[in-house]
Design a protein around this ligand. Structure first.
Ligand code: AMP
Ligand code: MG
Length: 334
């Protein structure tokens, strides 16, 4: 891992204090950070990303001591109980939806009475948050609907002009966003699959995976005005090049296709592709997740007619991987 110096961290936190945007590495993807108490700074996030104001931001905090400033968790309630059961997941790639505190601006929550909060575990994000005495609002550091960045270079390519400092913490360890768990619903419900599996959350909460994931995948189909996970649009994580699932691919003559394969499978000779990328020799889901977005970005630079992508079982990390590639392959005209 690349480790920015204390001076670079201090410079980044000074920019945040001054109301400017900073790109920070996290274990999921790179985040575009602003002081969550500063509405002008927060509005710069929406501007830089071209993000609709209806899509709320995740607030990142250093530790539990900042939680009370952002959320109101009444003691001895179901939410309080669930938070105790989830203790082991923080710091980590789990975002919790909680009742918001007075102090959190409605700009951050897109007018909702709930707030999304996370404690990241990447050491650079932790150092940065520790040096700030405020929570930091940070969505992924990409233009709205584009592929999330997993390196500092990705951020520089896309948003270099808009950010004051890009902290380079090396390639993101997970490569996919956090899991979003709504604790304001009873029982809790996963709104977005991500770095923590539904199976491990179900175990911690003593619930079945089916209960926890009820309707999660339906968000793909729901109209933007009505959905519970705002911003989980059908078209998301999209390169400019059309993306097609391998199972839907019918090759045509003279087509320049790039094929993203999940593992080496010599027995199954596929149709001809101009470019092939293999994300993992043995189909390891963590490895596939880690390399997925960077590979989509890479192939998007190659002027291909089509990017074809393998599919996997929707279990464990496979749920988050399939969610992202389904959205990446969703047609823009529907
Ligand atoms: P990003 O950080 O770009 O991955 O996007 C953050 C995502 O968090 C949004 O797309 C929403 O789906 C989700 N989110 C943030 N705040 C809330 C909230 N209060 N309720 C439900 N979902 C939220
Ligand atoms: Mg995003």
């Amino acid at each position: 891992m690349i480790d920015p110096s204390d001076r670079q961290i201090e410079a980044a936190s000074a920019e945040l204090r001054a109301g400017n945007l900073v790109a920070m590495p996290t274990e999921t993807v790179y985040g575009l950070a602003a002081n969550a108490w500063d509405e002008t700074a927060v509005s710069k996030i929406f501007e830089a990303k071209g993000r609709p104001a209806t899509n709320p931001l995740i607030v990142h905090i250093y530790d539990w001591t900042f939680l009370d400033q952002c959320a109101e968790v009444p003691l001895a309630t179901e939410i309080d109980q669930a938070m105790k059961q989830l203790d082991a997941f923080w710091p980590g790639p789990l975002t919790l939806i909680l009742p918001k505190s007075q102090r959190i601006s409605s700009l951050v929550t897109a007018g909702r009475e709930t707030v999304a909060v996370r404690v990241p575990r990447h050491p650079v994000a932790r150092k940065l948050l520790k040096s700030c005495n405020f929570p930091v609002a940070a969505p992924s550091a990409n233009r709205s609907t584009a592929v999330s960045p997993t390196t500092a270079q990705h951020v520089d390519d896309e948003l270099g002009e808009q950010v004051a400092v890009i902290l380079d913490g090396g390639p993101s360890e997970l490569g996919l966003e956090s899991t979003i768990l709504d604790l304001t619903e009873s029982p809790p419900r996963i709104l977005r699959h991500g770095g923590v599996t539904a199976e491990s959350l179900a175990k911690a909460l003593h619930l079945s995976v089916d209960v926890l994931t009820r309707g999660t995948d339906k968000e793909v189909e729901t109209a933007p005005s009505g959905h519970r996970a705002p911003g989980q649009m059908k078209v998301h994580y999209s390169p400019r090049t059309p993306v097609r699932l391998k199972s839907d691919w019918i090759p045509v003559a003279d087509e320049r296709a790039g094929w993203i394969r999940f593992h080496v499978d010599t027995s199954a000779e596929g149709p001809e592709a101009s470019i092939v990328r293999i994300l993992s020799n043995h189909g390891d889901l963590k490895e596939i997740a880690r390399r997925l977005f960077a590979t989509l970005r890479e192939l998007d630079q190659l002027d291909l007619d089509l990017i074809v992508i393998d599919t996997c079982e929707e279990e464990g990390m496979g749920r988050a991987i399939m969610d992202r590639i389904r959205r990446a392959s969703a047609r823009r005209d529907v």
